[in-house]
Design a protein around this ligand. Sequence first.
Ligand code: ZN
Ligand code: ZN
Length: 399
Amino acid sequence: MLSHSEQKYFRAVRRDFHAHPELKFEEHRTSEKIYSLLKEWGCDEITRGLGGTGVVGTIHGTLGRNSAKSIGIRADMDALPLSEKNKFEHASKYSGKMHACGHDGHLAILLAAGKKLAEEKNFSGTLHLIFQPGEEGGAGGKAMIDDGLFEKHPCSEIYALHNWPGLPEGTFGFKSSGIMASSNQFDITITGKGGHAAMPQLCVDPIFIGSQVCQAIYGITSRMVKPIDPAVVSISQIKAGDSPNIIGNTLFLSGTVRTFSYEALDLIEKKIEDLSRQICAAYDAKADVCFLRQYPPTINDKKITEYAVAVAKKLFGEKKIVIDVEPTMGAEDFSFMLQSVPGTYFFLGNGDISGTHRGKGHGLGPCTLHNATYDFNDNLIQIGAKFWKELVKSRLSHE
Ligand SMILES: [Zn+2]
Ligand SMILES: [Zn+2]
């Protein structure tokens, strides 16, 4: 699909993004570069500023009568607040910023497909190339929707991919229902009464009470949520006390909740609040509970997943496809887009986590997402771009 020189070119584009990572909603250089490339290639319309730094490149097919059908393909642009441990030439130039989730690769894949489709325009209907800011905890997908993404650029179907370490290189992992969980956060502040650690009878000890709240919260998933409905509750922060001989006034704890169903989510939210308040009340302490729903679950459309599977099968053969890939309790803000438009989100294998594709100078860590020695596998640019191009031609074919 891409000539040898185009492959070299897009590898360089990817590595340039990798060397210049930008954190959520600060993707100014990235956004500017995408804009200038889309312009150079003759994209029919380019919309900037959606969700801050978001860019949408629109291409109208020239085959047959104007079709009302339009599809959107999304790539995320942001990097992570992490200092890269790789030493190869394209390693991050900035300390504390790194493309450790492979979004640099998602950009290169979509740009490569976009270039070919903008040149050829051999389809019927409209294609929107959606470049999204702030995926890493910023809900940039939602920010684009709030700025009118789908009113300005109506889509009948939407698609996105994520590179996936541990899945063999170039293997597609599809799922026709929930592929990623909802992500939610809780914060609990327990207020007791501080005093001398040798005289606990005069105090209300928030650590003693907090430890019972923790035990009770861990009972929610094992004793109250339906066992076949996946759910994770992790208490990941506890802060209390300043000195061994002082009982402090407060304890702060926080954690994450991941579920696929709203039934489990509603139950967990309610039980965290009830258990915290009632346990604290029984000991004359007070609990302030804050529960924040961040990303909804990423739920794929069955029919649209089947279209994508058929395209991958035709291009790469059955052996390169996992039809029912294992879902993950991680979360993804493409979920907001899937709440507005039916579509599918799938994994594209980045190869073994030992990272044999990484160049000389990589750090010693595993090649896994959000790891300081991660690197995107450049071989996926050709594979992913070929897939996007064929998908567009097949879904926007001239009837
Ligand atoms: Zn990530
Ligand atoms: Zn990611």
